[in-house]
Design a protein around this ligand. Sequence first.
Ligand code: ADP
Ligand code: ASP
Ligand code: MG
Length: 447
Amino acid sequence: MSIAFKDFKILKFGGTSVGSVERMQNLAKLITVDESKKIVVLSAMSGTTNALVKISEYLYAGKNKEAESDINALYQKYIDVCENLLKDEYKDKGKTFVNSVFDIIRHFRNEAFTFTSKEEKIILAQGEILSTNLFHLYLQQIGIKSILLNALDFVRIDENNEPDIDFTRQVLSDILKNHPNDNLFITQGYICRNAYGDIDNLRRGGSDYTASIVGAAIRASEIQIWTDIDGMHNNDPRIVSRTYPVNYLSFDEAAELAYFGAKILHPACILPAQKEQIPVLLKNTMQPQAFGTIIANTFPNEGFKAVAAKDGITALQIKSYRMLLAYGFLRAIFEIFERYKTPIDMITTSEVAVSVTIDDTKHLNEIIEELKQIASVEVFPEQTIICIAGYLPKNKPGYIFKVAEALKDIPVSMVSYGGSDYNISVLVHQKYKKLAMEQLNKVLFNL
Ligand code: ADP
Ligand code: ASP
Ligand code: MG
């Protein structure tokens, strides 16, 4: 029998939605407007994960004094949150909890300690642990019953950093069955355990991913991502000034946008929802009445929907030493990237050469060394992939022409079209990113 908790919705709130005492107070109102069953996934308060990253960098570098001063500043921030959010015994409990968290962080300043990525991940996890525990105390204080669930008990990744959704399903089903009369559950986004049982995380922005992993695991009826903007916009509002929310997207369109840089969604978070056909709603915490975006399996309207950009891309042009691109050459190239677990984002070929792009350059030197055994290699760093997403069926003329028209004055070094009906991607040097996105806004969306 397949397990499903269709009466549950997953609601994820990002850093700004829990970013201050007032926001937490508003959040309590927002999640109690009705008594429907909810699992509320919270991020760390905005700025906290960045602060923890910086503290970890200092500790890696042995800069204990700098680490100390940043730890103290962050500690004071959380003591202030306790002062202003909590009262009476809840304030005491809150401060005791904050002290216990900062004892863990301070413990790593110990000079006898070798600071490794294992310790770093423990530090990075504390942001979500703080926000959920303090919010849970606040709910208790105002008389709202909720169950605080520890995401480390049921979110797990394997050796390839892939989530183990069956495991989440098993553990979470048992927990939920043990609470048949409870409606409100709170848990941490972003944090998980890895294949070795250590604390790990789902990469930056990973709370969205937690929401979709949990939603897919229990086969919830809906996954809501609440953030600081009214849905997925047609272009990146951080780069382009005139943008508008797109009301409906298909899973395929949204997955392309998330993967290629639309920061509103974690790159991988659409896939678990898509697999279980669970609609994903993007909503604005500051403007709950705004429609937002519904991502579902609806047959998409034809046309361009949105533009996104992924920075920090490196392109490699790989030219076979032989005159012809004999079969076997592509396989030999791909095997090298596979060995170093380095995904390729874009690829174009000519008769004698192949160009690929990667964003993970951890093993770039080793990859180049191996490629040089079979080919000459040219490397182009500081590139940006611009992704134009929508339903762009290949049997209709004009889409690629429109994109080319928009980018006519910008050097484009790669184009990928036809891989799916949902995406045209182009590669430009990062210095042309803004111009390219503005031009696309003008020509594709008349803005
Ligand atoms: P949260 O902390 O709630 O997870 P994020 O900062 O991760 O929020 O994501 C929301 C932000 O994503 C928005 O404030 C906006 O600046 C950025 N963003 C980038 N591209 C888009 C887009 N196409 N549509 C909407 N927001 C986008
Ligand atoms: N707190 C984590 C981050 O800042 C996860 C998240 O907010 O989604 O990346
Ligand atoms: Mg985010």
